[in-house]
Design a binder for this molecule. Structure first.
Ligand SMILES: Cc1cc2nc3c(=O)[nH]c(=O)nc-3n(C[C@H](O)[C@H](O)[C@H](O)COP(=O)(O)O)c2cc1C
Length: 370
């Protein structure tokens, strides 16, 4: 069974462990350097600890600045294939830009990884937003809503290739196919699909077509986010007859004392944040604020910023409980130093999450024979 479907009330994934600096644009020491041993070490530690998923970032070019944030990025299908062979339990996502991968290639690559992993694959379908990287392909992202229409046809074709045995023709707005066919089928029927659309059109796409939606939680939404999450789930259920998992993404700074955690957060964000890279992200995404937080403001992590949790293991557990009561099914996590901080998480935070009833102790189980 794909671990995304396990019974844990609050599921956990690791985010961005396939790209340099992970999810955090900072020049602080210990950030993620993109080598195979580094990404493998994180995957194996997460697999052994019972994390549900590894979610990579699809990225073709970095964002400049002193870090050239995410400038070194493993391609996500081949990354997932390698990790599928090395791990035993965890679900492996590929994140696929719909414009850069033809649906026939996407369907076949996905089926291949599903076989390598014995049914642990999942697909994160993204439209893309960073024009600089699409310039390399000679592709334009200008028509945002048309991109989601393209993604709808793309995913329709992928799902037919995953499930239909006979050849079929397709004549759509973007794709014209004759004799569509793919074998072998994925082991999982169906393969779980995720989408992280944030706009009205994007969220609607997720509700209509995905099994998991990603939604960002802003600090001020700790009290109001509940209604938005419930609405997304209601849309999926009532308009499209689908049950939707809703996840978010969290940056974690966890230390034995609150003071140590806060000092480190301030250090990597205010002193060492790569705001030049963040400004480059801003040019692609207008809503991103291109400056370090001011003393009176809550800290915002530079990068795939997400919901920042800073504190002791007990405080982090309380914030996770809060996310769960907002109605979230899970979160993907990132740290400045993945290897060290994940080890600390596994020994100090996971047991508290279990005591809080958010997760069951991970029994492990017998690795599947190859
Ligand atoms: C957790 C998460 C992961 C994402 N991963 C990627 C990615 O790997 N590549 C990418 O181009 N966009 C990624 N995105 C961006 C979304 O796909 C989406 O484009 C963005 O949230 C804007 O929403 P919109 O497309 O509805 O305007 C991610 C977003 C989130 C929240």
């Amino acid at each position: 069974m794909n671990r995304l479907l396990d019974d844990n009330p609050f599921k956990l994934g690791i985010f961005a462990s396939n790209v340099s600096h992970g999810a955090t644009a900072t020049t602080a020491e210990g950030t993620l350097e993109m080598t195979w041993p580094n990404t493998l070490e994180i995957a194996l530690a997460a697999d052994r600890a019972g994390f549900e998923a590894l979610v990579p970032v699809a990225r073709w070019k970095g964002f400049g600045g002193p870090t050239n944030f995410n400038g070194s990025a493993f391609e996500t299908y081949t990354w997932a294939a390698g990790l599928a062979a090395a791990t035993s339990h965890i679900s492996l996502f590929s994140t696929s830009h719909v414009l850069t991968t033809h649906p026939i290639v996407a369907a076949k690559q996905s089926a291949t990884i599903d076989h390598i992993s014995h049914g642990r694959f999942a697909l994160n379908v993204v439209c893309g937003w960073f024009q600089d990287e699409f310039d390399m392909f000679g592709l334009s992202l200008r028509d945002h809503d048309a991109l989601y229409a393209y993604a709808t046809e793309w995913l329709h074709i992928v799902r037919r290739l995953w499930s239909e045995d006979r050849e079929w023709d397709f004549d759509g707005r973007f794709f014209h196919m004759s004799g569509g066919f793919s074998q072998p089928k994925p082991i999982q029927q169906p393969v779980p699909v995720m989408n992280a659309g944030a706009s009205g059109v994007g969220a609607r796409f997720a509700a209509q077509h995905a099994d998991m939606a990603f939604t960002g939680i802003a600090a001020h939404e700790e009290d109001t986010g509940q209604a938005r999450i419930a609405e997304l789930r209601r849309l999926a259920r009532e308009e499209f007859g689908r049950e939707l998992q809703v996840w978010t993404s969290c940056g974690i700074v966890c230390r034995p004392t609150e003071r140590e955690a806060e000092e480190f957060a301030r250090y990597y964000i205010v002193e060492k944040g790569d705001w030049e890279a963040v400004a480059s992200i801003t040019r692609g995404r207008a809503r991103y604020a291109p400056r370090p937080p001011q003393p009176s403001e809550p800290l915002r992590s530079p990068g795939w910023g997400s919901y920042l949790i800073v504190g002791t293991p007990e405080q982090v557990t309380d914030r996770m409980l809060r996310l769960s009561t907002l109605g979230l099914d899970g979160a993907v996590l990132s740290w400045v130093n993945y290897a060290e901080e994940l080890a600390y998480w596994n020994t100090e935070v996971l047991p508290l999450l279990e005591q809080a009833g958010l997760r069951e102790p991970f029994a492990g189980g017998v690795p599947v024979p190859i």
